[in-house]
Structure formats: structure tokens, C-alpha cells
Design a protein around this ligand. Sequence first.
Ligand code: HEC
Ligand code: HEC
Ligand code: HEC
Ligand code: HEC
Ligand code: HEC
Ligand code: HEC
Ligand code: HEC
Ligand code: HEC
Ligand code: HEC
Length: 480
Amino acid sequence: MKRHLFGLVAAVALAFVSFGCEGDQGVEGPEGPPGPPGEGVAPYTYFGGFGEQCMHCHATNVDNVLTTGHTQAYDDLGDSQTNLYCLQCHSTGFDSQVAFGDTAIADANRGPDIYGYDDYYGVAGDTAAERRLALEGVQCESCHGPMGPEFNAHSPDISFSTHFVGTESTSLCFKCHTTQINEWVNSGHALAAGGDIDAFNQEHYAHVSSCQPCHTSEGFIEDNDPRYATYEFEHEVSFIGCPTCHDPHIGEAGGGNYAQLRNTSPEEVQYTFPYQPGDEEVPRMEGYGPAQTCAQCHHGRRNTSNVQGQIANGYAHFGPHLSPQMDMFIGAGWYEIPGKTYNGVHQHQSISLACVECHMVRDTMLHGEMVAHPFHTWNPTVGNCLPCHQGITDFDVNLAQTVVRTKLDQMAVLFGYTDWADLEANWDSQAPAVLPWQREALYAAFFVYEDGSFGVHNPAYTNALLDNAYAYADSIINAP
Ligand code: HEC
Ligand code: HEC
Ligand code: HEC
Ligand code: HEC
Ligand code: HEC
Ligand code: HEC
Ligand code: HEC
Ligand code: HEC
Ligand code: HEC
């Protein structure tokens, strides 16, 4: 017993030398348990034990991780706790490949013998039983890699990224969450810069600090998670991937968000007129659960002075940026022509139908049962609308999108262009001949266009913006 204790103390002391003791509780933290039998810290590589070996220096992370679904992964197997196929993703350190229906690990499928769950499976005796108990569920080392036996030599796997290098994913989630990764790879989030990570790293929006919070995983985490405010990120940036939206270190039961989502806070619009940012009255998206995650990035980028400046002077990048979906959905936050009436209230809001319900969750067959499941392609499907809009074959419900496209074309014609595509390509907000009232009217049209849903996100607000802008421009152009 003494020897074991010595082993741990020595290892921890060594660790302090090489890391410095800057874990979140340091030497003041709860003392780790005595070391396991054998020379040094452990004769095996995975400690398991639900983070007890990490407690001393990472107490907060350990407490919080215990509140995630990952910790329950073994218990949730129920009757299948002896099914090797299931165990490979529901236990820690299972490095053997087991096909569905296999009842034994074939030697050819056995991974390197690094003492994870599979290495104790079917092994008789108390020690193996204890080890299995210590390795149940998805634990720290499932993602961060085995910590021993050379604790001091260990450097935990850590990654903020999700992409593929050949057939290998850089994601710590890949080995178990293949379904979500295979959906993600075809999504708009994965296809930034054509899905080429090197090209992505060259993009302006990937390395400019004002763009990074919405365009890169590292930038978002740094900006949205106070624990990472001063974290030293590597220089390379990554696509928006699993750890961007999900924080694996806190579950709902510990005060975290549903599905380990990192940030589901309310989000205010940027164009706050007539209020100041932070005022109680500033419109915000709030109370839509997981969809709040989308609002953190998919909101208009121009604040009150940007908008007023663009209208007065036509500064470049006219319009809200391509991201005003939140503003459109809540029906607020955009330039409204004085004296006109705007209605931002829409039925989808009152039934709490937000981003996630249309863009992710759909009914699908899982394990022989029809269940609601979130898809990670983020593409809405007509199937998402069918429960309420029976019989439709596309998103153009009651021709709502056709009406909006027609109104954009009419606006372009009023300004002397063939159609909206012609205006969008050729109109120059900074041309000397363009007057502020023209920019006032076209601001609405650019907002609708950049939202990209052509009315679906909020038919009421979309039509109010376009109708008011058209009437305003028409009253000046065709003034008697
Ligand atoms: C003796 C203290 C100590 C123990 C025990 C310990 N760590 Fe750490 N760990 C550290 C220190 C110090 C750092 C560096 C922290 C920093 O840079 O802010 C660190 C960093 C990490 C990181 C981040 C690495 C990075 O590149 O940013 C991970 C992941 C990690 N530890 C996982 C674990 C896990 C899992 C365990 C338990 C199996 C564990 N640690 C046990 C001290 C410890
Ligand atoms: C390839 C890895 C993998 C295999 C193999 C696997 N699972 Fe899972 N399982 C997961 C992941 C990942 C989740 C998380 C939810 C998701 O993907 O939708 C999950 C979720 C579950 C859940 C839902 C837990 C809850 O309450 O939300 C149950 C129950 C479950 N699995 C049982 C099984 C059973 C039984 C088997 C064997 C027949 C099995 N799993 C095989 C990876 C796997
Ligand atoms: C489901 C995978 C997963 C599990 C389980 C997990 N981590 Fe992490 N960990 C990550 C990822 C991804 C990052 C980097 C980004 C982030 O925090 O989401 C990270 C970052 C860290 C960091 C560096 C940042 C920080 O918070 O200081 C530490 C330390 C860490 N993990 C420790 C732990 C410990 C200790 C456990 C177990 C109690 C654990 N992790 C469980 C995936 C995981
Ligand atoms: C508030 C969050 C946010 C900020 C800050 C932001 N963007 Fe974006 N940006 C988005 C979103 C969301 C989209 C995607 C909208 C869509 O595709 O419908 C986007 C789309 C783009 C696109 C089109 C991408 C493509 O592949 O077609 C470019 C280019 C772009 N942004 C450049 C920038 C630049 C440059 C900056 C910094 C000066 C920046 N963005 C800052 C949220 C943001
Ligand atoms: C752009 C944000 C975003 C990204 C990126 C993302 N997710 Fe999600 N994920 C969500 C949201 C939002 C939900 C909750 C959906 C709901 O309300 O049911 C979710 C739910 C989940 C769930 C719960 C599934 C269930 O059946 O309950 C799992 C597992 C998951 N995500 C894994 C992943 C993995 C693995 C990746 C990386 C490929 C990933 N996510 C990337 C936003 C994201
Ligand atoms: C060793 C396999 C494994 C790894 C690695 C893994 N997961 Fe999981 N994950 C699971 C299993 C199994 C479940 C189902 C747990 C249960 O029984 O509820 C799950 C559940 C989840 C859930 C839904 C449950 C909850 O607590 O809300 C999310 C979200 C999730 N995982 C995200 C991630 C992310 C993000 C990563 C990578 C940073 C990751 N997982 C890495 C196996 C894994
Ligand atoms: C971290 C910021 C961020 C978060 C969070 C986020 N997105 Fe995105 N999203 C982006 C950016 C940036 C792009 C554009 C990528 C590119 O093309 O360069 C994008 C692209 C998209 C696209 C593809 C648009 C197109 O033009 O094809 C859809 C759809 C989408 N996001 C939906 C969602 C939904 C739904 C959520 C919430 C579950 C969400 N996003 C959360 C930043 C984010
Ligand atoms: C009522 C269902 C619904 C809701 C709610 C919803 N969307 Fe959409 N969204 C759609 C449809 C439909 C489209 C248009 C797709 C098409 O025409 O191809 C779309 C388009 C988009 C696009 C792509 C625009 C482009 O340039 O291609 C993004 C990004 C997006 N939505 C994000 C969001 C975000 C963020 C939220 C929440 C604030 C949200 N959506 C809420 C149904 C919805
Ligand atoms: C949970 C039910 C529900 C779902 C799902 C739903 N909607 Fe709706 N939607 C409504 C209700 C209620 C109204 C208001 C009554 C009406 O106009 O039919 C509405 C109205 C609309 C309108 C305005 C119609 C008009 O005549 O002005 C459009 C456009 C629309 N929805 C598009 C969609 C699209 C596209 C989807 C799927 C991506 C969708 N909705 C999903 C319930 C739903």
C-alpha cells in the first residue's frame, strides 16, 4: 500500500516539475486516490475510474463531466452490457473492431494491447472485474487518450477541430459518432472554402480576429466560452465542428445545456436603434432552446452606427452580411423607414418552431422505432414542414417564396434594373449618383436577400420590409 502511494506521489511530483501545477485546484485540490498496484503509477495505460486520477488538478472538469450522458453510456446499454458490438462505443479504451453480431473479439480485430475495456473482457478474476468497472462508459481518456503508465511522458490528445485528413478524422468524437461526422462533412459548416482546410486557413475570414468568432471553431470557443478567454490556441484554425457547438465537459444535470451545447444564451440584435446596446428593450432571440446556438453566429453584423453610416455614405459591404437569419426570424433589428408600420410577429414563433426544428430534427427510423433525431447536415427538408403543411412538395408554402422573389424583382425594376439578379450584381452603393433615400429602400431588399430563405424565416416581417420600402421608393420616383 505504501509503495502504491509513493508511486502516485512521485508521479504527481514529477508532473508538477514538467507541467507546473496549474490545474484548476493545484496542490490545494482534493488528493488523488492511492495508485493502482504495480510499479510506478499503473501497470496499465487507461486509468479509468471516472476521472479520479485527474481530480487533483482538474477538479471542475471532472465534476462536470460526470453530469454528461457520456458517463451513463454503459448503464444505458441495459441488457446489452455483454454485447461486444455495443461496448466498443459505450466503454473506455475499447480499441478492437467488433462487427454487429460478433460474440467474440477475433484475433485479427484485436487492437494493440493497451489495457482498455476490451483487454479485460472475458478475463476471469477480481482484478479484471475491477478494471472493467473502472472503464465503464465514455470517460476523459475516451477523448484525451490513455494517460499512463508513463504519466509524466503523457501528453493528452486535444483538438478543437473536425475535418478529415484522407480517411482519418481529426475529431476526438470520430470513433463513436461516425453518423454525425458523416452528415457534417456534407454541410455548409464543413464546406467553407470548398471543404479544403488549407484553403480555409488562407481565407481572410479565417485569420482576421473580427471574423473568427463566427467563422472558426477556435474563434467561437474563445469568444463564447469564458474558460477559454485566455487559452493559447495553436495558430491553425478549424471549420465549425463538433467541439464548436458542443462542450464535452458539462451536462444538463450539472447546470449545462441540453445536448452539451456550449452556448444557448439569449442574443441581442446589433442594430439597436432607437435603443443603446444592452438596454432592456433591445430585441433579442431568447427562449428557443438549442436554436439559441445558431443565433450566436447567424445574426446581422451591422450595429446602429454601421447602418446609419452605410445609409448616409454607402460604405462598402452594404447590407447586414450573409448572416441575418436570427434577426429575420424574430422580426426585428433592421432599418425601418420612419413613419411606416412593421409587423415582426409570425406563427412559427408562437409555436416555438425555430432553427433546429426546421434545419436539424426530423423523424427517422432508429433501431426499428420512429424517433425524432437531429441531423447534422443543417439542411431543411420538406419533411420538416409536412406535419403542419400537408401536401407540399417544396418550401414555397402558399407561394410565399415566389411572392418574395417577385417583390425583389419589382424593386429592381423600379430602380431601372432588369431583375434582382441584375441589381445585386451591378448596383454600387457608393456610386456618386446614389442618394441616401435609395439606400434606405434597398437596405430592406438586401436584408431579405441575404437572409436567404425568401420569406420562410418570417413571412410577415419580410413582406412588411419589402412593401414599405417599395412604397417609399415609389412615392419618390413617381412623385407627381
Ligand atoms: C498533477 C496534475 C495533473 C493531473 C493529475 C492531470 N493533469 Fe491534465 N494538465 C495538468 C496541467 C498543469 C495542464 C496544463 C494546463 C494549462 O496549460 O493551463 C494539463 C493539461 C491537460 C489537458 C489540456 C492539454 C492542452 O493541450 O491544452 C488535458 C486534455 C488534460 N490535462 C487531461 C488530463 C486528464 C484526462 C487527466 C486524468 C487522467 C489529467 N489531465 C490529470 C495537470 C494535471
Ligand atoms: C459506433 C459506435 C456505437 C455503437 C457500436 C453502439 N452505440 Fe449506442 N450510441 C452511440 C452514440 C454515439 C450514441 C449517442 C447518440 C446518437 O448518436 O444519436 C449512442 C446512444 C445510445 C443510446 C441512447 C442513450 C440515451 O439515453 O440517449 C442507447 C440506449 C444505445 N446507444 C444503445 C446501444 C446498444 C444497445 C448498442 C448495441 C446494439 C449500441 N448502442 C451500439 C454509439 C454507438
Ligand atoms: C467527449 C470527449 C471528451 C471527454 C469525455 C473529455 N474531454 Fe476534455 N476536451 C475535449 C475537447 C474536444 C476539448 C477541447 C475543446 C473543448 O473544451 O470543448 C477538451 C479540452 C480539455 C482540457 C483543456 C481545456 C480546459 O478545460 O482547461 C482539459 C484540461 C480537459 N479537456 C480535461 C478533461 C478531463 C479531466 C476529462 C474527464 C473528467 C475530460 N476532459 C473529458 C473532449 C473531451
Ligand atoms: C456574427 C457572425 C459573423 C461574423 C462576425 C462574420 N461572419 Fe461572415 N458569415 C457568417 C455566417 C453565419 C455566414 C453564412 C451565411 C449563409 O451562408 O447563409 C457568413 C458568410 C460569409 C461569407 C460567404 C461564405 C461563403 O462560403 O459563401 C463570407 C465571404 C464572409 N462571411 C466573410 C466574412 C468576413 C471577411 C468577416 C470579418 C470581417 C466575417 N465574415 C464576419 C457570420 C459571420
Ligand atoms: C452548428 C452547431 C453544431 C455542430 C457543429 C455540431 N452539433 Fe451536434 N447538435 C447541435 C444541436 C443544436 C443539437 C440539438 C438538437 C436537438 O435539439 O435535438 C445537437 C445534438 C447532438 C447530439 C444529440 C443527439 C441525440 O440523439 O440526442 C449528438 C450526439 C451530437 N449533436 C453530436 C455532434 C457531433 C459528433 C458533431 C461533430 C460532427 C456535432 N454534434 C456538431 C449542434 C451542433
Ligand atoms: C468512446 C465513444 C465516444 C466518444 C469518443 C464520444 N462520444 Fe459522445 N456519446 C457516446 C455515447 C455512447 C453516447 C450515448 C450516451 C448515453 O448513454 O446517453 C454519447 C452521447 C453524446 C451526446 C448526447 C448526450 C448528452 O450528454 O447530451 C453528445 C452531445 C455527444 N455524445 C457529443 C460528443 C462529442 C462532441 C464528442 C467529441 C468531442 C463525443 N461525443 C465523443 C460515445 C462517444
Ligand atoms: C460558430 C458559428 C456558427 C454557428 C454556431 C452556426 N453556424 Fe451555420 N454557418 C456559419 C458559417 C460561418 C457558415 C458559412 C460557412 C461558409 O460557407 O464559409 C454557416 C453555414 C450554414 C448553413 C449553410 C448556408 C448555405 O449558404 O448553404 C446553414 C444551413 C447553417 N449554417 C445553419 C445553421 C444552424 C441551423 C445552426 C444552429 C444549429 C448553425 N448554423 C450554427 C456559422 C455558424
Ligand atoms: C420554418 C422553418 C425554418 C426555420 C424556423 C428556420 N429556417 Fe432557415 N431556412 C428554412 C428554409 C426552408 C430555407 C430555404 C432553403 C431553400 O430555399 O433552399 C432556409 C434557409 C436558411 C439558410 C440558408 C440561406 C442560404 O443562403 O442558402 C440559413 C443559413 C438558415 N436558414 C439558417 C437559419 C437559422 C439560423 C434559423 C434560426 C434563427 C433558421 N434558419 C430558422 C427553414 C427554416
Ligand atoms: C409545427 C407546425 C409547423 C411546421 C413544422 C412548419 N410550419 Fe410553417 N406555418 C405553421 C403555421 C401554424 C403557420 C401559420 C398558418 C398558415 O399560414 O398556415 C405557418 C405559416 C407558414 C408560412 C406562411 C404562409 C403564408 O401563407 O403566408 C410559410 C411560408 C411557412 N409556414 C413555411 C414553412 C416551411 C418551409 C416549413 C418547413 C421547413 C414550415 N413552415 C414548417 C406551422 C408550421
